[in-house]
Structure formats: structure tokens, C-alpha cells
Design a protein around this ligand. Structure first.
Ligand code: NAD
Length: 433
């Protein structure tokens, strides 16, 4: 099939590469000319496991191309995906400026029947707005489909190639668009993952409901962990006890320093706002958000409680990205933690396997960046573990102790065992244990 993907960020690039990998001819469009030039040169502007090779292979085989020319890409395509950002607006709602800009441009470009697929995460009613926007620009026949994306950064290629399910929102009368979408996703669902056809409002809401329930689980477990600290219980034991209940399951039960990223924070807010706009108060979401906000401040509070004052202390920070296997720092807990440390007068020495370039844009020379994890520990009064990269799990503890001024660890991700750390002579604090 001939496809255009508009927006070549985390989602658009994975989508374009994976569609090309299955034999489609894909033109990835972005308004950012520098990004397009980078991609044409065979490099990718973000870190995502397995993506660079897939992009290069399909680019070399001429199934995947990159352009700033939306009109030509759209005219050459049967299906056009909109995969641009939907950032948080000032009032918490999803800002649809980019989506509607693209819809207008697509409307002006099409010269034949085209299926326009909304891949961006958007509030209920957006498919109808996109439809109206395109209809204002053209008399050509077209369909608008909602196809939310559930991939996880850090495992995006794998998630796209082998999805748990594909959700497609389409007008129940629109058999032509439904058939085209089923054909497109056929190769990705051969092992039995369902393609779920539904109305566009349900598809749009599915995405927000999925992210919000995951965020709720994280905030819930953070509350359990905080209570554990008060009553002297161990959140790890509780996590195992409840996770083995099949009704609950074991995923997303890990307490930590709060959720971040480009999706959970904005999607929780956007769902709450969208509910309010429809006259419904989605009460749980406010608590989920509030808990998350407070959780990001807990690690610094623990350090303050231990040291009294952080003024003049040197704190090593392991992990800057909002989660492992990505260089993305959007809404990362590390930002709140580092800003908190700096505000208290501490010096920060940070290390992250992939997010240093991103972090340099945020912090400049306000903190020291170390390309090796052990270098960050040089002269440190304490280590804060903020992101649970695999390389932090089994370090050389002997070497860590030698590098640090005092062997104190604040583990925001519970990656070490308290007994083991104590036996090695560390003063060790974690979350809810
Ligand atoms: P991103 O910010 O990484 O990328 C968006 C891209 O769109 C940018 O390269 C930007 O230059 C481009 N763009 C913006 N306006 C444009 C226009 N008018 N014409 C052409 N290009 C334009 O965003 P992302 O993380 O890929 O997210 C895209 C959407 O997918 C969002 O709605 C997001 O909520 C959703 N989503 C993201 C993830 C994720 O893990 N990042 C997962 C599922 C869904």
C-alpha cells in the first residue's frame, strides 16, 4: 500500500518504519527540515532500540522516504496517518493545533479518495473535527479513521510489530475504510492479536482510558509504598502478594519516584479536562495526578531528612530519562529531583546511558554530566537512583564505595535489596521498604 505518515517523532517514525518493514511504500513527512535531513542521511534523531537499523534498511530499499513536502506525499498515498504531537494546552486540554493544521493541509492536497487516520492521542470528538476541517478544504471523497497507538517507548518497534491489539475507530457505515485498515494491519496481527473495530469516540477514549488506568496503578502503589513507610510494612512483599492475584496481575505495581514521559502526565490531564468539558467530573484522576506530583518530591525530602541540609552536598544522580531504554526526558521525575537538589544548594553529578544530550539542553552547565556511571560518584555524599537502567542493577559496589565520599544510596526505583546493601556497608533508603 502507498502510505504517508505526517509527523516523524517517536510514534510517526516507528509507524513509518514498521509499515515499510511489511512491504508498504511509506513517505514520512515532517515540517522540521533538519529532522528530515538527518533521517535522509541515515541517522535517527532519537534513541529507540532496533529502530535505526530498521529505518536504514527500508530507506536503502526505497520503501521508506523522508520529506517536508506534504502535498506530494499525500497525493501519492491511499492512506495518510496524522502522527503529530498533541501537547498539553494551558488549561490541561490536548492542544489540537498541529492535528488540525495537518488536516487542513491534507484537505487541500487530496485529489482522489483517501483514508486519513488519526494516530495522535486526541480527545473524544476529534475525528469529527478532523472530518469537518478536511471537508472545508475539498470536494474529494475521503474517510477519517481513529487508530490510537499503544506502543511503549523503549520497546516501540516490538510493540508495533507484535501488538496486543489494534484499535480502529471508524464510522460503522464506512465499509471501504474499515476494509482498508484491516488489510493494512493484517500482517501485524497474524499471530492472533485482535483488530478491534469500534466507533471513533470509543477508539479515542480507549487510549486515554488505557494510559489513565496505568497511571492510576502507579499512583496507587506509590500511596501503598508511602503507607508502608509509616506502618513498617514492605511494599515488595505486598506487590508480590497482590500481583499473583490473576484479577490484578503483576504489571505496573512498582512504586518509585512518580511517572513521567510525554504521555501519562498529559493524557491524565487531558482526560480530566475532556470529561469536564462534557460536564462530568472524573474525580479519581485528580488524585492520581496529585499523588504523582508529590511522589516526585519524595526522594529529595528523604535526602533532606537524612542530611538535615543539602547545602554543599554533592549528589550523584543515576538516570535522567523518564524511563529506561529511551533518551526522552519529557516530564521526567529527574527534572523535579535535580531542580529540588539545586534549589537546596547541592551539587549534582549526573549520568544516563542515553539522555545526556537531552539533559544538557535542560540543565546546561548547572550540573556536571558524566559519561561513565562510576565517574558521577566521585566525591559524592550520596547516590540517587532515579531511572532503573539495567546497567545500574549489578554494579561494582566495592568501586562505588571507593569513589563516594560517604556510602549512602537513595534508591528511587527499589533496584537493590535493602539487606544486601546493608551487608555491603551502605546506608540505604528505598521506596516503601
Ligand atoms: P513528537 O513530538 O516526538 O513528534 C511529533 C512530530 O510531528 C515532530 O517531529 C514535529 O516536527 C511534527 N509535526 C508537528 N506539526 C507538524 C506539521 N504540521 N506537519 C508535519 N509535521 C509536524 O511526538 P510523539 O511522541 O511521536 O507523539 C505523537 C502523538 O502520538 C501524540 O499525540 C502522542 O500523545 C501520541 N503517542 C505517543 C506515544 C509515545 O510513546 N511517545 C505513544 C502513543 C501515542
Amino acid at each position: 500500500m502507498k502510505i504517508a505518515v505526517v509527523g516523524t517523532g517517536y510514534v510517526g517514525l516507528v509507524l513509518g518504519a514498521c509499515l515499510a518493514e511489511n512491504g508498504n511504500t511509506v513517505a514520512c513527512v515532517d515540517k522540521d527540515a533538519e529532522k528530515v535531513a538527518t533521517l535522509r542521511a541515515g541517522r535517527i534523531p532519537l534513541y529507540e532500540p532496533g529502530l535505526e537499523e530498521m529505518v536504514r534498511r527500508n530507506h536503502t530499499d526505497e520503501r521508506l522516504s523522508f520529506t517536508t513536502d506534504l502535498t506530494t506525499a499525500v497525493r501519492n498515498s491511499e492512506v495518510v496517518f496524522i502522527a503529530v504531537g498533541t501537547p498539553q494546552g494551558e488549561d490541561g486540554s490536548a492542544d489540537l493545533t498541529h492535528v488540525l493544521d495537518v488536516a487542513r493541509a491534507v484537505g487541500r492536497a487530496i485529489t482522489k479518495y483517501t483514508v486519513i487516520v488519526d494516530k495522535s492521542t486526541v480527545p473524544v470528538g476529534t475525528a469529527k473535527r478532523v472530518h469537518a476541517t478536511i471537508a472545508n478544504e475539498t470536494t474529494q471523497p475521503f474517510s477519517v479513521v481513529s487508530n490510537p497507538e499503544f506502543l511503549k517507548q523503549g520497546a516501540a518497534v516490538e510493540d508495533f510489530m507484535k501488538p496486543d491489539r489494534v484499535v480502529i475507530g471508524v464510522d460503522p457505515e464506512d465499509e471501504r475504510a474499515a476494509a482498508l485498515m484491516k488489510e493494512l494491519y493484517g500482517p501485524f496481527t497474524r499471530t492472533g492479536a485482535p483488530i478491534m473495530m469500534m466507533d471513533t469516540a470509543s477508539a479515542e477514549l480507549s487510549k486515554y482510558a488505557a494510559n489513565s488506568i496505568l497511571a492510576s496503578r502507579i499512583s496507587f502503589m506509590n500511596e501503598v509504598a508511602n503507607l508502608c513507610e509509616v506502618v513498617g510494612a514492605d511494599v515488595d512483599q505486598i506487590r508480590r502478594a497482590i500481583g499473583s492475584d490473576r484479577r490484578i496481575g503483576s504489571s505496573f505495581l512498582f512504586p518509585g519516584v512518580g511517572y513521567g514521559g510525554s504521555c501519562f502526565p498529559k493524557d491524565v490531564k487531558a482526560l480530566a479536562k475532556s470529561a469536564r468539558d462534557h460536564g462530568y467530573d472524573f474525580k479519581i484522576l485528580q488524585a492520581v495526578e496529585r499523588v504523582n506530583h508529590l511522589q516526585k518530591e519524595r526522594l529529595v525530602a528523604k535526602m533532606q531528612a537524612y542530611f538535615g541540609s543539602l547545602k554543599g552536598k554533592t549528589i550523584a544522580v543515576w538516570g535522567l530519562a523518564f524511563k529506561p531504554r529511551t533518551d526522552d526526558m519529557r516530564e521526567a521525575p529527574a527534572i523535579v529531583i535535580i531542580e529540588g537538589l539545586l534549589a537546596e544548594g547541592a551539587t549534582v553529578r549526573a549520568h544516563d546511558p542515553e539522555a545526556t544530550t537531552t539533559a544538557k539542553r535542560l540543565f546546561g552547565d548547572r550540573i556536571a554530566f558524566c559519561s561513565r556511571s562510576y565517574d558521577a560518584l566521585e566525591g559524592a555524599d550520596a547516590l540517587a537512583v532515579v531511572t532503573e537502567w539495567n546497567t545500574f542493577r549489578e554494579p561494582d559496589f566495592q568501586m562505588m564505595r571507593q569513589r563516594m565520599r560517604s556510602p549512602v544510596i537513595f534508591d528511587g526505583r527499589n533496584i537493590y535489596s535493602p539487606e544486601h546493601m546493608r551487608s555491603l556497608g551502605f546506608t540505604y533508603f528505598s521506596m516503601g521498604r
